[in-house]
Design a protein around this ligand. Structure first.
Ligand code: DAH
Length: 346
């Protein structure tokens, strides 16, 4: 018996020492603890055996079992502390390796479409000059798109508009923003009438780098007593100066024909990019920018305004065109292409 108790104690000690030596995790330490000093662990069974033993044996082996138990407890504690310290050190190390300046992937943000951006820019300019921004319908009657603008059914100018007619007789997709002219005149109750009307227009055109079947235009109309060409030119020049950010930008006026104005003008702006000619102005120093003129008396009449009392000017321009010039875009198709790299440049 004595021999066997002594054996047991030393076997337990050796087994414990080798297992604790091999342990690498806190979970393993817990398993070892339960196995050796848990309620029904191997040490408990030695103590049970000791209870049956003689007084002499108790004296001899009692202290040994106690020493064994203390050794196991101390070793477990020591190892546990060692593991925890090691774990903390590792955590600290990986925390230090975290680079707070590292690039993180940003969500892909949408932006306003270039047309929207340019229209907002134009609206700011015209509002600053006292104009109201108005809207016209994209589905229009032949009356407002043509007749009220002195373009009767047999007028050759209708041919040039490549109109998209709807299946409903008399309805079409507006071919220009000039459709707002008679509409605005008929609604006006006070003078002066000063409006800027941006919007989409439609033409059944073959597509190329400078032609789309849907593109934005801007229309400017001003009506009051004694409105002259001088007023028209002043507004045209200061609008172009603001839009191209060039305070001394000059304009040049040539005669042009549009059925709804008399006289009709083509207005060129001085090239904002060069002094003696570049590719943008095709080496001429000038860029064709606006159609304009004094509103034809017949158009005023169609808008229920007395041409004997009032006069006015109107201007129209392609918003895509001036945007392309200002931002160096050489293909109009980019705007509706969904080609992100081009659109994101804006
Ligand atoms: N409506 C014309 C077009 O689509 C542009 C235009 C020319 C508008 C002369 C005007 C104007 O108001 O006076 O090409």
């Amino acid at each position: 018996m004595a021999h066997s108790l002594a054996d047991q104690i030393s076997t337990i000690l050796h087994e414990f020492d080798s297992r604790i030596h091999a342990a690498t995790t806190l979970e393993q330490l817990e398993t070892i603890r339960i196995h050796f000093i848990g309620r029904s662990g191997v040490v408990s069974s030695v103590m049970d055996a000791l209870k049956q033993a003689s007084l002499e044996e108790k004296r001899l082996y009692g202290p040994q079992v106690n020493t064994l138990k203390n050794h196991i407890n101390e070793e477990l504690e020591r190892k546990k502390l060692e593991f925890i310290t090691h774990l903390q050190a590792q955590q600290e190390k990986s925390a230090r390796a975290f680079d707070v300046t590292a690039r993180i992937w940003q969500p892909l943000h949408g932006t306003l479409h270039p047309y929207t951006q340019v229209i907002q820019e134009l609206e700011d300019i015209f509002i600053s000059m006292g104009f109201a921004v108005v809207d016209g319908p994209e589905i229009e009657t032949a009356e407002y798109n043509f007749d009220a603008l002195n373009i009767p059914a047999d007028h050759p100018a209708r041919e040039h508009h490549d109109t998209f007619w709807l299946n409903v007789p008399g309805l079409l997709l507006r071919t220009h923003t000039s459709n707002v002219q008679a509409r605005t005149m008929r609604q006006a109750t006070t003078f002066p009438i000063a409006v800027f009307a941006p919007g989409r227009v439609f033409r059944n055109e073959a597509l190329d780098a400078s032609h789309e079947f849907m593109f934005p235009q801007g229309e400017i109309m001003f009506i009051d007593k004694n409105v002259s060409l001088a007023n028209l030119m002043a507004i045209a020049q200061s609008f172009l100066q603001k839009f191209f950010n060039k305070q001394d930008l000059k304009i040049r006026v040539r005669p042009g024909y549009f059925p709804f104005v008399e006289p009709g003008l083509e207005i060129d702006g001085q090239c904002p990019f060069c002094t003696q000619g570049c590719s943008v102005c095709k080496r001429t120093g000038w860029i064709e920018l606006l159609g304009a003129g004094l509103i034809h008396p017949r158009v005023l009449k169609a808008g229920s305004i007395d041409p004997e009392v009032y006069s006015g000017f109107a201007m129209g321009f392609g918003i895509a065109r001036i945007a392309m010039i200002k931002y160096g875009i050489n293909d109009i198709r980019v705007f509706h292409s969904n080609h992100l790299p081009s659109l994101q440049k804006f």
